[in-house]
Design a protein around this ligand. Structure first.
Ligand SMILES: Nc1ncnc2c1ncn2[C@@H]1O[C@H](COP(=O)(O)OP(=O)(O)OP(=O)(O)O)[C@@H](O)[C@H]1O
Length: 232
């Protein structure tokens, strides 16, 4: 089953003087449970694509179906709820609140859940989640006192707390050294093997090599789509 289906997607950024076509008739399907790397030179359209997949931005034309549901035409409120329920985000700069504790950061997405019972159930999973990500011993530590690798583990825990089907990661290892990057990618791989679909934007061929598939974008178009034989 395809969890992501995009068809003939175009994205045009309009400024006062001119306009720029960042995505050009791009079509892509991603199967449930796939781990896919999006590569391409700087300015090729990777983040633009990820932002549309993440319902942070909308396409100028074309269609996007997430879990069979058409995303175009949804209200801002509906998009916010899709982002919170169906998607988890992991960013290069971690996007954590530095002066909050690890547990407060991880529990943040639950604030948007209206169902109090569900909120309690999910919050109860916190210790097991932190254990799995090897940061249980840092539960009440402020994020500002953690290493880069630990911060990214907190961000991954936060992305997982609402049990989304899809994790979108924009250069998740961009701020980390090589050894820590490998640890983070192996962690994402383990999460993928539990059934999550993972889309990773990366410049790093070593990260792409840990994925099932690599799609290369140039000038807003897909120029390569390769299934990878995993060595990990
Ligand atoms: N809000 C915007 N307004 C105008 N142009 C934009 C806007 N956002 C992105 N662009 C342009 O769209 C193109 C694609 O940008 P995007 O951020 O998707 O590239 P990228 O592949 O993620 O690059 P990088 O690897 O450097 O992060 C770039 O030429 C960029 O300048």
């Amino acid at each position: 089953m395809n969890i992501i289906e995009i068809e003939n997607l175009n994205k045009i950024f309009k400024t006062r003087q001119n306009h720029f076509q960042a995505l050009n008739d791009l079509s892509l399907t991603i199967a449930k449970g796939e781990m896919i790397a999006i590569m391409g030179t700087s300015g090729s359209g990777k983040t633009t694509l990820l932002n549309i997949l993440g319902c942070i931005d909308h396409a100028s034309s074309g269609s996007y179906r997430l879990n069979q549901k058409l995303i175009e035409g949804k209200s801002l409120q509906a998009l916010a709820s899709i982002r919170n329920r169906d998607l988890g985000f992991v960013m290069q700069d971690f996007a954590l609140v530095d002066h909050y504790s690890v547990q407060k950061n991880v529990l943040l997405p639950l604030n948007y859940l209206k169902d109090h019972k569900l909120r309690k159930e999910r919050a109860a999973r916190l210790p097991a989640l932190l254990e799995k990500l090897h940061i249980r011993h840092k539960q009440i530590e402020k994020v500002m006192n953690l290493s880069g690798g630990q911060k990214q583990r907190v961000a991954i825990a936060r992305a997982l707390i609402n049990e989304p089907e899809v994790i979108l990661a924009d250069e998740p290892t961009g701020a980390l050294d090589q050894k820590t990057s490998q640890e983070i990618i192996q962690l994402l791989r383990a999460i993928n093997q539990e059934g999550k679909t993972i889309v990773i934007v990366t410049h790093d061929p070593n990260i792409a090599a840990c994925c099932d598939r690599m799609v290369r974008i140039e000038d807003g178009r897909i120029i390569e789509d390769t299934k990878l034989i995993l060595s990990v």
